[in-house]
Design a protein around this ligand. Structure first.
Ligand SMILES: C[S@@+](CC[C@H](N)C(=O)[O-])C[C@H]1O[C@@H](n2cnc3c(N)ncnc32)[C@H](O)[C@@H]1O
Length: 267
């Protein structure tokens, strides 16, 4: 019930601006071992060979795969790449270590998340800074690629964000965006994207991939939620937030009530 009310309130821009920052700041304060991502994950369903990961990256395979497969068909090597909404830093670290951009900047609204990321992910050419997606702290024409993973649903204004993406991307630069919306909000999201001045190159609906990842990752998440790291009070709420099997978010993706998309656009 609480999850339903919260998700409904999140449809209001002012509410989104007010609530997400303290929530993500709070989550970043929790020094959870091995927890470097905050997305629902992705599992390829086309029979391709299993992505080879270092043993230390196996724990969060599905969340890392969301980044990997979003970015894999874009020229990243030796480019300057920005991630907006980098959370606990695992995605930017994955991109830097596996796809080898020249520089990688992870930016997040939550200062705790930025501090945690800088402490946890120390890789040459990778840094994390604090900033707001609606007012990017960069000069015009600074990046070849901008990545945005499961973050823009929390922004007060998608239009402000897109205008900033357009400003800081170099000519021909690529914008990769993946996130979710209620099904009746998809047309608004796509109108915003189409009005951004960026050219749409590719659109995919990835609900089946996300549902599969949630199912495959269920036991690992449950083990963590059942562990001592969480008080009884927040276990249930966290199960909903983390997206375990049977959570509202899982059922919404499975039924198509909530749609998970990815977009590739070019300046
Ligand atoms: C669900 S988490 C996803 C984090 C990361 N992309 C991942 O997949 O692990 C969403 C992130 O977006 C960040 N965020 C929300 N609003 C933001 C804004 N206006 N500017 C920058 N980051 C924002 C939050 O602080 C949070 O870290």
């Amino acid at each position: 019930m609480l999850a339903k009310v919260f998700l409904a309130l999140c449809q209001i821009p002012v509410f989104r601006r007010l609530v997400w920052k303290p929530i993500y700041n709070y989550l970043a304060k929790m020094e959870l071992r091995d927890w470097s991502f905050m997305n629902y994950g992705y599992e390829p369903l086309d029979g391709r060979p299993k992505l080879q990961l270092l043993p230390k990256d196996e724990e969060e395979r599905y969340a890392a795969q969301l980044y990997h497969y979003l970015a894999i068909n874009t020229e990243i090597k030796d480019k300057d790449v920005l991630e907006v909404g980098s959370g606990r830093g695992g995605g930017a670290s994955h991109i830097k270590r596996y796809l080898h951009p020249k520089t990688m900047v992870g930016m997040d609204l939550a200062q705790n998340a930025v501090d945690l990321s800088n402490k946890k992910h120390q890789v040459d050419g990778l840094k994390y800074i604090q900033g707001n997606a609606e007012k990017l702290p960069f000069e015009a024409n600074s990046f070849d690629v901008i990545i945005n993973v499961e973050s823009c649903h929390a922004y007060g204004s998608m239009t402000n964000f897109l205008s900033e993406v357009h400003r800081v991307l170099r000519p021909n630069g690529i914008f990769l965006c993946t996130d979710m919306r209620l099904k009746h909000k998809i047309s608004i999201w796509e109108e915003e994207l189409n009005a951004s001045g960026l050219k749409m190159l590719d659109i995919k609906t990835i609900n089946d991939n996300v549902v599969k990842a949630i199912e495959l990752d269920h036991d690992r998440k449950m083990k963590r939620i059942e562990s001592d790291e969480f008080s009884e009070k927040i276990k249930k709420a966290f199960g909903e937030f983390a997206g375990i099997r049977g959570s509202k978010i899982h059922l919404d993706f499975a039924s198509g009530e909530r749609i998970y998309k990815w977009y590739k656009m070019q300046k």
